[in-house]
Design a protein around this ligand. Structure first.
Ligand SMILES: [Zn+2]
Length: 286
């Protein structure tokens, strides 16, 4: 307990220092692995799916994330001033509990999703899967398995359209509904109470539509940039060092070579299990 607290405090300090350094200028950020999350997003230019830190590149968001450190003990006054559960445009960035939520985006994928499911099963953990509609349609048995094994579903648009938020409202609505229909075709009774915008490229339109369709806009707290395929060790180190109570961790089980993410889970899950409760977000939302 003491050790966990110490690690947590160190993480908080490091996070705070890096956050401050970022606000002062990127030249002061000493750790290359952290600068990844402050690089300006290039979402639209990406050929493969990826949820890069579009919003994390925004200093306001960096400040939000840092304020949301959710210290387990003595930060009540600070938190009242700035609710750490909500981030860019009011999207959800915290579990709201002391637990940590792992989220897997862009799948399902026939190579990686079964491996992720197997590791989670082995550790008796549940997670949240933000699935792409056309992948749900292509691999319905994986959606079915995700639900059958107690994980939570999240709508991640039909075709991973990073620019979806800028499109007409009717277009957005049709995209999200088509995605949910593909998910329901695979798992008829599973609730779909979360929506994550590809690239984190939120707009008020896409937030309004997702809420109107009964889905809570889901952002993230911690982005190890696994979509850049930096290798299992860097992904694992980032998550292990930066996780804190309430973190929502952004990971990917599709959209490129995700073996590094899968391999990182073998380090991440046992490590986090000793410090946090790892749980899927509530399937029916918050
Ligand atoms: Zn994505």
């Amino acid at each position: 307990m003491g050790a966990a607290r110490a690690v947590g405090m160190i993480t908080l300090v490091v996070t705070a220092v890096l956050g401050s350094a970022y606000l002062l200028g990127r030249g002061l950020v000493p750790d290359v692995s952290r600068t990844d999350t402050t690089v300006t997003a290039t979402g639209a230019a990406h050929v493969e799916y990826a949820d890069q830190s579009a919003a994390d590149a925004d200093p306001d968001t960096a400040a939000t994330t840092d304020t949301g450190s959710s210290e387990p003990d003595d930060s009540d006054e600070q938190e009242q001033e700035h609710d750490p559960n909500f981030g860019p445009m009011g999207t959800r960035v915290s579990t709201g509990t002391a637990g940590v939520a792992l989220t897997f985006d862009d799948g399902p994928h026939p190579d990686y999703t079964p491996q992720v499911l197997a590791i989670l099963r082995e550790h008796h953990m549940t997670a949240t899967f933000c699935v792409v509609g056309k992948n749900a349609q292509a691999y319905p048995w994986l959606v079915e398995q995700i639900v059958a094994e107690g994980h939570t579903l999240c709508n991640h648009s039909w075709d991973h359209d990073v620019a979806l938020g800028a499109r007409p409202v009717d277009w957005i609505r049709a995209d999200l509904m088509r995605t949910s229909e593909a998910i329901r075709a695979a798992a008829p009774d599973a609730p779909i109470a979360w929506y994550r915008q590809p690239g984190g490229a939120w707009t008020y339109s896409v937030i309004a539509v997702s809420r109107d369709l009964g889905m809570t806009p889901l952002h993230w707290t911690l982005d190890p940039s696994d979509w850049r395929a930096p290798g299992a060790t860097r992904i694992a180190t980032s998550v292990i060092d930066e996780a804190r109570p309430g973190s929502i961790v952004l990971l990917h089980d599709a959209g490129g070579d995700r073996q590094g993410t899968v391999d990182a889970l073998y380090q991440i899950l046992p490590e986090l299990a000793g410090r946090f409760e790892i749980q899927a977000l509530p399937p029916r939302g918050l």
